[in-house]
Write a protein that binds this ligand. Structure first.
Ligand SMILES: Nc1nc2c(c(=O)[nH]1)N[C@H]1C(S)=C(S)[C@@H](COP(=O)(O)O)O[C@H]1N2
Ligand SMILES: [Mo]
Length: 416
């Protein structure tokens, strides 16, 4: 983006409450002006020369595709977790190779022909399924985000400068394909009093979680074998994973080997010692499974540098309770807010993109976003969250995120 923006672009008025991008600029017939402001004037002589790729035939077909060597977006981290580069992605699907990872004792290598899923407990007919047998049930596909409840956990503590990948990279969206859990539970026949289910993975962490068999979970949950059109990646649970859309990452059990139906929660260490939040009165908030509404600006974000002129502020919003209905953006540290445009598709329990055009005049600014979901719930400020949850929480932070723009255009993470 050039320092000097050709053409004049109006700063959105303080009362503009609809996307000025759509309304004011397009209605005024200044779309081309806006484009010029965003991308700068073209040098046509450059395009008239024959570029190198036109001088020789390109590469041949390949059995499994690879991205361009010029595209270098990558997960960061390593060991037991890796983070999605949210600042580099487009649209709402996270490429499988960039889906965040969290594993408590490594990624197992599982031969699908030897893998089995046992369903037993309070059922009429305990059954063992092969992966191939599960694929004979009518499949269902749906897009859903998975977010680790430890995502943005550092925001509970001291202010620390970081990129959006580091602060928010433990969330990703995929298209998941598999069998409805309710279909499998019908096949085994749930007995009276069956209200909970233990889900166990076959990795060396032996992760196991209790799932409440609520109407919503029975409507939504899948036993998946597909991710973004191909088999699950080993990191995401190959060959089988439980998908509970909207629920915290941890309960989306990977490398799924066993479902045990019961009449009460099983109280595993993953829902007692871990994944609970200590409240100010000393009690622990347990089974807080739903990931509440959250949003974050991904461009511009920590570690980036912007130049004077028009910026398209862009970001992601999502809610475990349903669809995002509104995102607002502030450039003055939360004093005034403007409604951002939501980018289709807008799906429940799924990352949703938003954008809002802003002209940066070179002065210090604090960028924030906040969202509302279809239940009417509004993403809280960090202060409001701390007032309720105290200072001992480690998980489930969904407060507003601040990015400070310094006079030199650098962007850094601050507490909103
Ligand atoms: N069997 C098993 N399932 C698991 C885990 C694990 O370590 N073992 N990690 C959980 C956690 S903490 C999260 S956040 C999600 C991460 O899913 P992903 O690695 O596909 O992004 O998987 C969950 N399912
Ligand atoms: Mo997690």
């Amino acid at each position: 983006m050039s320092e000097e923006t050709p053409g004049r672009v109006d700063e959105p008025g303080p009362t503009a409450d609809v996307p000025s991008w759509d309304r004011r600029r397009f209605l005024a017939g200044s779309a081309s002006l806006m484009a010029a402001a965003l991308i700068g004037a073209a040098d046509t002589s450059e395009i008239e020369r024959t570029p190198d790729p036109m001088r020789a035939p390109g590469a041949g077909a390949r059995p499994y595709g690879e991205r361009s060597p010029f595209d270098t977006a990558a997960r960061s981290g390593g060991g037991s977790l890796s983070l999605t580069p949210l600042q580099d992605l487009h649209g709402i699907i996270t490429p499988s190779s960039l889906h965040f990872e969290r594993h408590h004792n490594g990624v197992p290598a599982i031969d699908p022909s030897r893998h089995r899923l046992l369903i037993h407990g309070l059922v009429d007919r305990p059954l063992v399924f092969t992966v191939e047998e599960l694929m004979r049930f009518p499949p269902v596909s749906r897009l859903a985000f998975i977010e680790c409840s430890g995502n943005t956990a550092q925001a509970w503590g001291e202010e620390r400068n970081a990129t959006v990948q580091e602060t928010h990279g433990l969330t990703s969206t995929s298209e998941w394909t598999g069998v409805k859990l309710s279909l499998l539970l019908d096949a085994v026949g749930m007995q009276r009093g069956a209200t909970w289910m233990l889900a166990e993975g076959s990795d060396a962490a032996a992760l196991a979680r209790s799932v409440p068999l609520t109407d919503e979970i029975l409507r939504d949950a899948l036993v998946c074998y597909g991710q973004n059109g191909e088999a699950l990646r080993p990191e995401q649970g190959y060959p089988l994973r439980l998908l509970l859309p909207g629920c915290e990452g941890n309960i989306n059990v990977k490398w799924l080997r066993r479902l045990k139906v019961g009449a009460a929660p099983f109280m595993t260490r993953w829902e007692t010692a871990k994944y609970t939040d200590l409240m100010p009165d000393g009690t622990a908030y347990q089974f807080s499974l739903v990931m509440e509404a959250k949003s974050v600006i991904t461009r511009p974000s920590g570690g980036q540098r912007i130049h004077r002129g028009v910026q398209l502020i862009q970001g992601l919003a999502w809610s475990g309770r349903g669809a995002i209905t509104q995102v607002e953006v502030s450039v003055d540290g939360g004093r005034t807010w403007r409604t951002a445009a939501l980018q289709e598709p807008i799906l429940p329990k799924c990352h949703t993109r938003f954008h809002w055009p802003w002209r940066w005049d070179g002065r210090e600014a604090i960028l924030e976003s906040r969202c509302v979901d279809e239940t009417g719930y509004r993403q809280p400020t960090r202060r409001a969250l701390l007032a309720v949850r105290g200072s001992e929480s480690r998980y489930h932070f969904n407060g507003i995120q601040g990015w400070k723009i310094e006079r030199d255009g650098t962007v850094r993470n601050i507490h909103a």
